[in-house]
Design a protein around this ligand. Sequence first.
Ligand SMILES: *[C@@H]1O[C@H](CO)[C@@H](O)[C@H](O)[C@H]1NC(C)=O
Ligand SMILES: *[C@@H]1O[C@H](CO)[C@@H](O)[C@H](O)[C@H]1NC(C)=O
Ligand SMILES: *[C@@H]1O[C@H](CO)[C@@H](O)[C@H](O)[C@H]1NC(C)=O
Ligand SMILES: *[C@@H]1O[C@H](CO)[C@@H](O)[C@H](O)[C@H]1NC(C)=O
Ligand SMILES: *[C@@H]1O[C@H](CO)[C@@H](O)[C@H](O)[C@H]1NC(C)=O
Ligand SMILES: *[C@@H]1O[C@H](CO)[C@@H](O)[C@H](O)[C@H]1NC(C)=O
Length: 773
Amino acid sequence: MEKLILLFSLILAPASVYTEDFKTKLNLSPSNNSHKRFKREWIWNQLHIMEEINSPLPHHVGKITSSSRNKNAMYVLEGEYANTIFKVREDTGDVYAFERLDREKKSEYELTALFIDRTTNKSLEPPSRFIIKVYDVNDNVPVFVQKVFNGSVPEMSPVGTSVTKVTAVDADDPTVAGHATVIYQVIQGERYFTVDQSGVISTATADLDRESQSTYEIVVKAKDSPGLHGGDSSTATVIITLSDINDNFPTFKQQSFHFKVHENVRVGSDVGRLKVEDIDEPQNRNTKYNFVRGDYRDTFEIIPNAFTNEGIIKPKKPLDYEKIKEYKFDIEATDPTVNMRFFKPGEQKSIATVTIEVVDVDEPPIFSQPSYVYEVKENYLTKNPLGRVLAVDPDAAKRKIRYTLRRSSPSGDYVKVSNSGDIFISKHLDREASAWHNLTVAAQEIMADNRLSDIESHTQVYIQVLDENDNAPEFAYPYEPKVCENAAPGKVIIRISATDKDEMLPGVNFKYSLTTEDSNFTLVDNHDNTANVTVKYGQFNRELVKIHYLPVIISDNGTPELSSTNTLSISVCKCDEKGEFTFCEEAAKQVGVSIQALVAIFICILTILVITLLIILRKRHKKELTVLRKHVAEIHEQLVTYDEEGGGEMDTTSYDVSVLNSVRKNGMNLEPGPCLYAQVRKPTGKGNSGTGEMEIMIEVKKDEADNDGDLLPYDTLHIYGYEGAESIAESLSSLESGSSDSDIDYDFLNDWGPRFKMLAELYGLEPNEDFVY
Ligand SMILES: *[C@@H]1O[C@H](CO)[C@@H](O)[C@H](O)[C@H]1NC(C)=O
Ligand SMILES: *[C@@H]1O[C@H](CO)[C@@H](O)[C@H](O)[C@H]1NC(C)=O
Ligand SMILES: *[C@@H]1O[C@H](CO)[C@@H](O)[C@H](O)[C@H]1NC(C)=O
Ligand SMILES: *[C@@H]1O[C@H](CO)[C@@H](O)[C@H](O)[C@H]1NC(C)=O
Ligand SMILES: *[C@@H]1O[C@H](CO)[C@@H](O)[C@H](O)[C@H]1NC(C)=O
Ligand SMILES: *[C@@H]1O[C@H](CO)[C@@H](O)[C@H](O)[C@H]1NC(C)=O
């Protein structure tokens, strides 16, 4: 089979030339350069066409040719864009474009060329694929990727500091020189900023001052290489913000400041605020305040507030209106962190005058001393004051002061404080009871209307009670010495020591001596405030003396010298060979009878007397109840009926009126004999109605019961009566228990001697009517 050779014509001239050339050869003439191009090794299966051709459609693209000659054959195009955009002349093979092409939309089209027999539709050659390329013309302007760009640069930046970068994009073919090249230019705000060819915007001046203008809006133009088109361009806005640097000093808003402050203002509190203005942004305001005239650095400090930049005046020590009424000083405000590159002479310091007026406050009195210490001898009592406290009104008013004793320890009015502050001892002070008397004294100012001021101040008064030798020495311990009956002479029985309630200073010296030389014992002073008691003759006779009493005089060396006699009770003991005690006589304890003990004994005796009296009374009472005792059972019987409350007024069955009835009927002869109740004969009237008589009867009985003091209270009997005879439990009746009491035999009391004679008489015998109590 013969091969089909398709030849494609291609124009390889430079774009500009080519365009001209192209325009002249548009009248459907078949391309004639095939031979030439073939020789120059052109891409044989490509056709080319310019985009955006303005001449009338269709536009000739090129020619496809088959080497075989067949009259009946024709060219056909196939593919997506065949017969729509591109068409071929059947006979010549010329390809035409029937649409204006745009490279920026589609830059290549792929088609298939066929050479077929008209009648049979049979392909005379194998199909051949080829590409139609669209050539670029500079038909697009550069476009900014954003309409608005943002940028920021510190103020006062040097010339050429980069701010931001803008970008514009050209849709044309970047491979064709100049078609997609973008040229930037600042067209508004070029005095302050420039743009380079890569789109970087930088500062064009070094004095961009945020404080005069903080944002700039500049316009940047982008265009591509001039020449081909009329310099079409697009623009974008760039908003440039200047960021702050610390290039401004603070300035006082006022020339002078005036503050008023109470003299009792707390140290460290807020007295006043100095306001300054710093046009820099807050983070670049670092005002420092300094004293420049009237140096009160020791009195006040000025602390800058980090947020408000104010200078807060605070007192460093207490103010005193009475000393300084007004403070006046100059303060300078400056900012040490300002960038000195922008230093402008005379501008860096701002000075203001501050006046602080101290306002007088009524202050509490001030004591001349925080505390007072006095000494006073114990037992010393005088009308003269011991001392005095003194306070003054610190205010200008200089009011008089009233002193009051607020607290004293120990309490007990030992010390008094006069209105004028004099301290008096009002009772004997005993150092041994309390060595210190500590007082709290208050001072109040006396106001104009004689009223006392509400505010008061306090001082402490310490009164030390000095010792006086007012206590004699005594044994340090309650000694209980023992001696063997066969003790040899010189044997040490005990070593005694003494103590003194008075202050025992290192120099204290106790002397020991016996009241008499005539003694069975010797006293040896050890000269170390102790003494040894030794046996003088030895061989004690237990039969004669079991306990030897040895009075010892102990004296101290105080002024005046005091001494006391203390008695040692020395028991004489039986001893074994080794000298160990085998049997000792109990040494009778020396009973020191104190007043308290006496009182206690007296109370005991009184209690015993009262108890005895009560017992006697009870006994007598029992005797009176003897009669009653005998009839306890009958009383129960009678009373039990009354105990039942029954069902109210209407209940007649549970209320046993037989007793009363019997009284009414039989007069006085109640069957169980002599009743407790005094019996009253009812006036023998004709009882017309039982109830009327009954009423009178009850009233009479009640009256009797109320007026008879000798009887047991009726109610008492009533309560116990309820138990009845059937109760399993023993009767709780006091009557029964009373009777059982009497069963105890008190005869033994007679054996106890004369002291218990009285009790024996009371309890031991049967009721004896003639005893007295
Ligand atoms: C083709 O070009 C040659 C010279 O390059 C010219 O002589 C000839 O007439 C041309 N043929 C046609 C059909 O234009
Ligand atoms: C050849 O193809 C054309 C169009 O594709 C069609 O109209 C015609 O009938 C075909 N002829 C034959 C003989 O198949
Ligand atoms: C630029 O800044 C403005 C205001 O600060 C903001 O609204 C905008 O989104 C910013 N634009 C860009 C591109 O960052
Ligand atoms: C009194 O004050 C003195 C000295 O400060 C102190 O030693 C003493 O304990 C105080 N006494 C009382 C009862 O407060
Ligand atoms: C006193 O008695 C003690 C023992 O109790 C003894 O050590 C001391 O030597 C005696 N002193 C004299 C002076 O004998
Ligand atoms: C000494 O002891 C004897 C008995 O041992 C006694 O009779 C005598 O009275 C005692 N002397 C004195 C002074 O107590």
